[in-house]
Design a protein around this ligand. Structure first.
Ligand SMILES: [Zn+2]
Length: 242
């Protein structure tokens, strides 16, 4: 079970989709099930999309999604629900999603740079539009670390590296050294196919999130702060700007 039930997840293949046609399969106060959805449900540190379903001259606002026996879109309490069989137009709030795509890709640039230049592995991360944090296993912070990381991140942005998404069979994915390093223990054994986000030449990760198509679209990455969170554990806070 992949948690998507009967819903085809459009954003897993095409992260540029912002509106689309769909049919309602089920609707309860817990959630609306569509045959096709581009709502990112949240996960991997990326919060869920916000948006609307438009139908019959009214709108149902959507503020999240949950995966289970079906892929439920979570409506704002009190909004009218489209009955099963209704044809709806789905739409994602573009500004929020695009900001999250830029921020998420920015975090992958950061993880690629910090591993390549300082050998430190990521232990966690989280983001909101344009601000994010990533935790690293980094016992020592060398002099000039903050400036060096920021400069290296922005030179990777300027390189305009392609960000490719592909889905590989599990065995094939786990032959990629970066995937072995970052994800082998995190992906449940029943998952047959692994979605890979590859910033070509910099960073390859198993990841379900949404990303921009190349690093220049991220914009500028600022390393805002480095916090010492205990033995060998450093938290980097970044900001993404134009
Ligand atoms: Zn990610």
């Amino acid at each position: 079970m992949d948690g998507n039930g009967r819903t085809h997840r459009l954003e897993l293949q095409d992260q540029t989709v912002r509106d689309w046609d769909a049919v309602v399969l089920d609707a309860t106060p817990d959630g609306v099930v569509l045959d096709r959805s581009a709502f990112y449900p949240g996960g991997g540190g990326q919060p869920p999309d916000h948006g609307v379903l438009l139908w019959g001259g009214v709108q149902t606002r959507i503020v999240g999604a949950s995966k289970g026996d079906e892929f439920y879109l979570i409506p704002v309490e009190g909004d009218p629900l489209p009955p099963p069989g209704t044809a709806v137009r789905g739409a994602i709030e573009d500004e929020r999603r695009t900001a999250l795509m830029r921020t998420h890709s920015g975090l992958h640039v950061l993880s690629g740079v910090v591993f390549r230049d300082f050998g430190a592995l990521v232990t966690g991360g989280n983001m909101e539009p344009y601000v994010a944090r990533m935790d690293f296993n980094l016992p020592e912070v060398p002099p000039g670390f903050k400036e060096a990381v920021e400069e290296a991140c922005n030179s990777e942005v300027a390189e305009d590296r392609r960000i490719d998404i592909k889905v590989l069979p599990r065995e094939e994915a786990f032959q990629i050294p970066d995937i072995i390093r970052t994800a082998q223990n995190l992906i449940p054994p029943e998952v047959a196919d692994v979605r890979i986000v590859d910033i070509v030449g910099l960073d390859t990760q198993a990841d379900g999130g949404t990303h921009v198509a190349s690093t220049k679209q991220i914009g500028r990455i600022q390393v805002a702060k480095i916090e010492n969170k205990g033995k060998g554990f450093r938290r980097l806070r970044i900001r993404v700007t134009d």
